[in-house]
Design a protein around this ligand. Structure first.
Ligand code: ZN
Length: 225
């Protein structure tokens, strides 16, 4: 997971609002509620055209200009850039202050992927994996609670056909291969913050805020609850 953050001085509220909007660009933007940016992307995708890096970044920079005009002073990109080429184009268009590399041990990633379940009736997403790795030998402990379904979904759970160990390991291999040069790109510019996830959102959120010097913000406690 690669997150890009500009301007650490922003209020967390602004950051969170933009993070929500830019979440998962480019792929999930297409499926999310239609904003001007996702609308343009959706049009391109619906026409069967490949969304090129230039188009994505062009649309993104227009969107960010519009947000800036409305008084927003920063943004978070979630999962973008994914390739060294995207990072290079992005650098030519806008200043990125900080890149946060959220890291999770591969055994936990694998367990979480294999624990994914979907309700065949309502489409709800759950995760039956409970990750509880004890610390020791220099490695910290890791706890991630399962996301269990409510009783009315419990008997209708299915597994995605591509959530197999073989497929997930291959996805991780491809991701590592692609992301390493991107990490190196930002590391060489002194902009990479490596963050080892200590667990799920309740465990990770306060520590992440502390790492970003945002931990005295009033939203800290409510968001972590
Ligand atoms: Zn259900």
């Amino acid at each position: 997971m690669m997150k890009t953050l500009r301007n650490e001085e922003n209020s967390l509220e602004e950051v969170a609002a933009l993070a929500e909007e830019s979440n998962g660009l480019p792929s999930s933007t297409v499926a999310s509620p239609l904003t001007p940016l996702s609308h343009s992307l959706a049009e391109i995708v619906n026409q069967g055209k490949l969304v090129s890096d230039e188009i994505i970044i062009n649309l993104l920079s227009k969107r960010l200009e519009a947000e800036e005009a409305k008084g927003q002073s920063g943004f978070i990109l979630d999962g973008f850039p994914r390739t060294i080429r995207q990072a290079e184009i992005l650098e030519g268009v806008m200043d990125i202050d900080l890149v946060v590399n959220l890291k999770l041990r591969e055994e936990a990633l694998l367990a979480k992927c294999l624990g994914r379940r979907i309700c065949s009736e309502c489409g709800g997403n759950y995760n039956v994996a409970c990750i509880d790795i004890k610390g020791g030998d220099g490695s910290p402990e890791l706890y991630m609670a399962p996301l269990l379904p409510p009783p009315h979904c419990a008997s209708k759970l299915i597994t995605r056909s591509d959530d197999t160990e073989e497929v997930v390991k291959e996805r991780l291999r491809v991701y590592n291969e692609m992301s390493r040069p991107v990490e190196e790109f930002y590391h060489s510019r002194g902009k990479l913050l490596e963050f080892d996830l200590p667990g799920g959102i309740p465990e990770s959120w306060p520590k992440l805020l502390r790492a970003l010097n945002l931990d005295n913000h009033e939203y800290t406690t409510s968001a972590a609850a």
